[in-house]
Design a protein around this ligand. Structure first.
Ligand code: AMP
Length: 291
């Protein structure tokens, strides 16, 4: 078990990162990595906890990746507070935090990108076309930079988890991708760094996204409505509850993310909706066996 400490060790260059991880792996330590964009909350810390359970050394990365933000999105105002993040990582037992600057990750003449076809074209990929390419590229780089044995991603970003898993497999990156269940507030709202954008009134509306996704899951599991009919009703009810716009609510196959009407295999109900400055995403599992 790793000792809990006020601040974990910080490295800012790939060379320093490789030196520390190399020392660990030379003596047989299993290394788990938790990639984040910072503004650390309980959801991120659940990934650190999972890594602590399965790995000998836990490494977190803190990098707000410009490549996954589009024109007019929140890159410049994305919450950044390195000091608080390090305190939280330290309290959770993180051994090392890699905090590269943009030039370390993307030198001036950087010109390579990774794209996972198919999975990236649905759902969030329709509304944020640049997003999954930016994610796949930076995660491929982080996995190669860290050389971690295991990497932890939240089910909160379910489509991202599937894309990262496919990317690592397709590129033969020798890492195990581990998915961690979503951590929620007591009223069901999924923890997210972007919840900080919500006003008190919007914060009161926000849990309806989870509530209505659960209702879709119940209706489809119970055979009360088809996938598309349940999703359509939930979309209308999200607007009725006070959301400004709904990008999608969809019932999908849990592996391919193809839309499904009836449940014959494990599925996932996913949704994305706008509330003031915030865009919330969430998802819940749905299985024929009642899961
Ligand atoms: P982010 O910093 O938002 O890019 O998130 C970093 C990682 O934390 C991703 O793998 C997310 O899926 C995961 N994550 C974010 N929020 C949650 C949550 N509420 N529960 C579980 N994992 C989460």
């Amino acid at each position: 078990m790793t000792a809990r400490q006020a601040h974990p060790k910080v490295v800012r260059t790939i060379d320093e990162l490789r030196a520390t991880v190399g020392d660990w792996q030379a003596v047989g330590k299993i290394v788990g990595v938790v990639p984040t964009m910072g503004a650390i909350h309980g959801g991120h810390l659940a990934l650190v906890d999972a890594a602590r359970r399965h790995a000998d050394k836990v490494l977190a990365t803190l990098f707000v990746n410009p490549a996954q933000f589009g024109e007019g999105e929140d890159f410049s105002v994305y919450p950044r507070n390195e000091e608080d993040d390090l305190t939280r990582f330290g309290a959770a037992g993180t051994d090392l935090v890699f905090i590269p600057d943009v030039g370390e990750v993307y030198p001036d003449d950087y010109s390579t990108s990774v794209r996972v076809d198919g999975l990236s074209d649905r759902l969030d990929g329709v509304f944020r076309p640049h997003f999954f390419g930016g994610v796949a590229t930076v995660v491929a780089k982080l996995l190669l930079q860290t050389n971690a044995d295991k990497a932890y991603f939240g089910e909160k970003d379910y489509q991202q988890l599937l894309i990262v898993r496919r990317m690592a497999r397709d590129l033969d990156i020798p890492v195990e991708i581990v998915g961690v269940p979503t951590v929620r507030e007591p009223d069901g709202l999924a923890l997210s760094s972007r919840n900080a954008y919500l006003s008190p009134d919007q914060r009161a509306i926000a849990p309806n996204l989870h509530r209505l996704l659960l209702r879709v899951a119940d209706q489809v599991r119970g055979g009360v409505r088809s996938g598309s009919a349940a999703a359509e009703l939930a979309t209308a009810d999200l607007i009725g509850a006070g959301f400004d716009a709904v990008d999608y609510v969809a019932v999908c196959d849990a592996e391919t993310l193809e839309p499904i009407e009836e449940l014959t295999r494990p599925g996932r109900v996913l949704g994305a909706a706008h509330l003031g400055r915030g865009r919330l995403i969430d998802n819940v599992p749905i299985s024929p066996a009642g899961g």
